[in-house]
Design a protein around this ligand. Structure first.
Ligand SMILES: [Zn+2]
Length: 361
C-alpha cells in the first residue's frame, strides 16, 4: 500500500513568496473581504496554536519533527498480533496525551470566528482540526445542535469520539475511563501529572520514559459484547493517514464551497489534499479567495489567492469590530466573545509535532 505523508514542495520552503504585512493593512484587507458576508471559512492547525496546541509546521513550513513516523490507518485496524501491538502503542500514547487536548481552551481567534458565525457573516465553517475548539467557542452563543451541525464541518473528524470497528460510537471521556479501569498502573502514572509533550492529535512521546506498552490493555467494546462478539479494535473518530474521507463529508465540503460567495482560509498550509481541493473548487467556480497564514503554504503558487502572512490572533478581534460595527450587529454575545479567549505563547521546541490526521488522495 502506498501511503505518503503530505509535504510542501522544497522550492516553496527555500523561497517564500509572501512577505509579512503590517497589522493595520491586514485588518483592512480582511474587513473588506468579509463585509459582503456569505463566506465559507476553512481553518487548520495554525488557528489552535494560541491555545497551546502545537502546529504541525514551523515558520519555515517544515514539520517540526523530521523523524516523525505516523501510524497509518491499515496498521491501526490490522487484525494480526502486529496490529494489536500498534494499537497498544497508539492507545497508551493517546491515553496519556488526550487530557491536555481535552483541557485546551478556545483562543481569541476561535472566539472572533464564533462571533462572525453567530452574526451570520460566516454561515459555514470547515475545519481540519480535531480538537473541538470551534465548537467550544461557538457554544457561548447557545446555538441549537441542529444549527451547529449545519454550520460546522470537521473535515478530519474529531478526537472527542471513539468508534469500534463495528461502528459503535462512544464519547472519548467514557473511553478514557474504560482505559483507566483496565490499566490502573497507567492511571496512577497519569495522576502524577508528569508533563509530557503532546502533539495536535493528542499523542505523546513515551519512549524516553523507558516504558513498555506491551502490557497496556485495550478494553472490549461493550456493545459488541452485548451482540455476542469480542472486539477490542477501536479508533478515534478521525481520519488517519491512508484513510479516505467519507463521501458524505467530501460532498458536504464541496457544497459548502458552492453555497458561499467567497472563501477565507486561516491557519492552514493546505498540505493535505482534502483541504487543497476545496481551494481548487472555489477558484474553478470563480469565488474570491483570501488566506491568512504564517509561513509558506501550498496556495502560494496558486493564481487567484490573496495571501496575508500574519498571525490571525493579531488581527481577528479588530476585524470583527470593523465588520459587525458597520452592520450594527454587535450584541451582548458578540461583546462577550470579543473579550474571551486565551493567547498562550507559542510552543517552540523542535522535536515532536507532525500531522496524524490526514487523508491521502
Ligand atoms: Zn462495538
Amino acid at each position: 500500500m502506498r501511503v505518503s505523508v503530505p509535504n510542501l514542495p522544497k522550492s516553496l520552503l527555500l523561497n517564500p513568496l509572501t512577505k509579512q504585512v503590517p497589522v493595520s493593512k491586514a485588518i483592512d484587507s480582511v474587513t473588506a473581504f468579509l463585509a459582503p458576508g456569505n463566506v465559507t471559512l476553512v481553518t487548520g492547525a495554525g488557528v489552535s496554536v494560541d491555545s497551546g496546541i502545537r502546529a504541525y509546521r514551523g515558520r519555515d513550513g517544515l514539520y517540526m519533527n523530521p523523524n516523525y513516523k505516523p501510524i497509518f490507518y491499515h496498521e491501526l485496524l490490522d487484525e494480526t498480533e502486529k496490529g494489536q501491538s500498534f494499537r497498544q502503542r497508539y492507545w497508551l500514547r493517546s491515553y496519556l496525551g488526550y487530557p491536555s487536548v481535552r483541557e485546551a481552551l478556545p483562543n481569541t481567534t476561535h472566539y472572533a470566528i464564533a462571533a462572525l458565525q453567530h452574526a451570520g457573516v460566516i454561515p459555514r465553517l470547515i475545519t481540519q482540526n480535531v480538537d473541538g475548539l470551534h465548537h467550544a467557542a461557538l457554544s457561548m452563543a447557545h446555538p441549537s445542535p441542529v444549527m451547529v451541525e449545519k454550520s460546522l464541518l470537521e473535515l478530519h473528524g474529531t478526537l472527542h469520539r471513539v468508534r469500534c470497528k463495528h461502528g459503535h460510537l462512544v464519547d472519548r471521556t467514557v473511553f478514557q475511563d474504560w482505559l483507566s479501569s483496565a490499566n490502573p498502573k497507567w492511571k496512577d502514572f497519569a495522576d502524577t501529572g508528569t508533563e509530557l509533550r503532546t502533539n495536535p492529535d493528542g499523542d505523546v512521546a513515551i519512549e524516553h520514559l523507558g516504558a513498555s506498552y506491551n502490557d497496556f490493555v485495550i478494553p472490549e467494546c461493550p456493545t459488541c459484547l452485548q451482540e455476542n462478539r469480542h472486539n477490542n479494535v477501536h479508533k478515534p473518530d478521525l481520519v488517519f493517514f491512508g484513510e479516505s474521507i467519507s463521501e458524505y463529508v467530501k460532498n458536504r465540503s464541496y457544497l459548502d464551497i458552492e453555497n458561499s460567495d467567497r472563501l477565507l482560509l486561516i491557519g492552514t498550509t493546505l498540505a493535505t489534499y482534502s483541504a487543497f481541493r476545496l481551494l481548487k473548487h472555489a477558484l474553478a467556480l470563480g469565488k474570491p479567495v483570501l488566506m491568512i497564514n504564517v509561513g509558506p503554504s501550498r496556495a502560494d503558487v496558486v493564481e487567484g489567492v490573496h495571501k496575508l502572512d500574519i498571525a490571525s490572533g493579531d488581527i481577528m478581534r479588530d476585524v470583527v469590530r470593523n465588520v459587525l460595527g458597520h452592520r450594527g450587529a454587535i450584541d451582548s454575545t458578540v461583546e462577550k466573545m470579543l473579550s474571551s479567549g486565551i493567547r498562550r505563547p507559542p510552543l517552540t521546541d523542535d522535536d515532536g509535532s507532525a500531522p496524524r490526521n490526514a487523508d491521502e488522495d
